[in-house]
Design a protein around this ligand. Sequence first.
Ligand code: C2E
Ligand code: MG
Ligand code: MG
Ligand code: MG
Length: 286
Amino acid sequence: AAKAAGKSAYRRSTPALRESAVSRAELIADLRRAVDEEQLRLEFQPIVDLATGAVRSAEALVRWRHPRLGLLSPARFLPLAEETGLILPIDRWVIKEACRAAATWQDRVPTATVAVNIAAAHLRRPDLIATVTEATAGAGLAPRALTLELTESALIEGSDAVLDRLGQLRELGIRIAIDDFGTGYSSLSYLHRIPATELKIDRSFVSRISDDARAYATVEMVTRLADAFDLGVVAEGVETERQHDAVAAIGCVQGQGYRYGRPAALAELRAVLTKAALPGGGGSSR
Ligand code: C2E
Ligand code: MG
Ligand code: MG
Ligand code: MG
């Protein structure tokens, strides 16, 4: 049976996965070199203010330019990185690069922020605080310009030490977003304990918002919850005009998705930030 399953998995898999199945050890060795050999790169996806269309924020998303396999998405290599612990140097590189990028936006949009994804393993590390403060200070970036995105599952396994660490990060001014909100096991008591600054409503709800009353109700409920808790709220994965209209009508504050822009190179994101900051003039919205 294992053989049959292996065979069908082989047939269904993409070229990159087929190759990695042939030599998993090799891929791990490659990944170990990826940071030092500058094969990782960041793309930035705009996060827009739904009422004004202004872009003041972007999420940094990592990609791996593999020497033989080409450009790999996070889904292709992050599971392996997490298994091997290589996620730590990768995330450290991402935090540092994202801070350097955001520092170059400040002259255009002084309130611009950058969001980075943090693996569960990183949350358990006491040196997370040093990693983050060295990255912001090194880039000359104010801590309030950096958002750490954490998933519910990463937070749920969090000990008191993790909560303390998050509290310290908040005291430094770092923002904390709960990513893919609604897909984990969030309870209300837990939301009281996490010092979050924003909720990111998972794409699975947003994608069904126009034809599924429960998905609509979920987006509405999370938006009200965020308002009541005085948290920011971002609708993830907005692809269509209808989805945009629905999340905007509900009163969700920010949106992210292909409707507004795909993850793009740093220069492209910088151009979008500039363009969005100019119309409307006066800068009264901030
Ligand atoms: P995420 O943090 O929820 O990031 C959003 C993902 O949704 C990104 O996929 C983005 O490209 C995709 N997306 C954005 N808008 C749309 C849309 O309108 N439609 C659809 N179908 N997809 C959209 P990506 O870049 O492949 O990243 C996948 C996940 O990998 C991320 O999910 C995050 O959990 C993780 N990840 C990405 N970069 C990093 C990183 O530097 N460190 C860590 N630890 N995890 C990362
Ligand atoms: Mg994220
Ligand atoms: Mg997300
Ligand atoms: Mg998501």
